[in-house]
Write a protein that binds this ligand. Structure first.
Ligand code: GTP
Ligand code: MG
Length: 207
């Protein structure tokens, strides 16, 4: 749940990047971290990794500037995508205000994309969050691989696998190169802040 701090005029929202192992969640955050002005971002915290696998989570705090006189502070989290870290994913989802579901364009990951999407929906429902109501953006990542000999999924297949199970806006991305990364971030931030404001999903803190 978002926090609004009336004494500091700040709104804090939590956005979680969800998706199967190796789909590119940490890569999204790393690109954002490296591209953003140092004033607008805090330290990127990576809690336990093995090679490039996230074992716990990543956290990147961002300061998105003012809306209606309130500073908008966003915390970006990634879950560990590997199947065995189910309990950690549930933990990271606690208090989520908006999500990006990152799907992998690699054909070999087709089943894992679907499995992860269903896992995300089930975990949201378990926390009494309606996946049709909370802001979620779908990102089809690794689109740079489409022009290589590596077998990839085309957009129609991704829509059939993913969008048919969660009807929301989709963005194409190539996170390693940054393509689509900020488009995704801007849209989910906008929707999340609006959702939090409209729903008044805030615990008010006043000194
Ligand atoms: N070609 C290509 N590779 C990518 C892209 N995004 C990520 N990768 C690569 O995919 C691998 C996995 O990326 P990560 O960002 O670590 O994946 P993750 O989703 O955080 O994985 P877990 O932490 O295991 O859940 C890395 O080698 C990345 O460089 C992309 O858009 N294109
Ligand atoms: Mg990761």
């Amino acid at each position: 749940m978002a926090l609004i701090d009336l004494s500091k005029k700040e709104v804090h929202c939590k956005i979680v990047y969800y998706g199967p192992g190796r789909c590119g969640k940490t890569t999204n955050l790393l690109y954002i971290y490296n591209a953003m002005n140092a004033n607008a971002r805090g330290k990127m915290l990576t809690i336990e990794t093995k090679g490039d696998r996230t074992l716990f989570f990543d956290l990147l705090p961002l300061n998105l500037g003012k809306v209606n006189g309130f500073e908008i502070k966003i915390q970006l989290y990634t879950v560990p995508g590997q199947a065995i870290y189910a309990a950690t994913r549930k933990l990271v989802l606690k208090g989520v205000d908006g999500l990006v579901f990152v799907a992998d364009s690699l054909r070999v990951r087709q089943a894992k994309n679907i499995e992860s999407l269903e896992d995300m929906k089930a975990n949201l429902l378990e926390q009494n969050i309606d996946p049709e109501e909370i802001p979620i953006i779908i990102q089809y990542n690794k689109r740079d691989l489409v022009s290589t000999p590596i077998p990839t999924l085309d957009l129609e297949e991704l829509d059939r696998d993913i969008k048919s199970r969660l009807d929301t806006l989709t963005f194409e991305a190539a996170a390693t190169k940054g393509a689509g990364v900020f488009e995704t971030l801007k849209e989910i931030s906008k929707r999340t802040v609006r959702y939090v404001a409209e729903k008044n999903l805030v615990s008010k803190k006043q000194k």
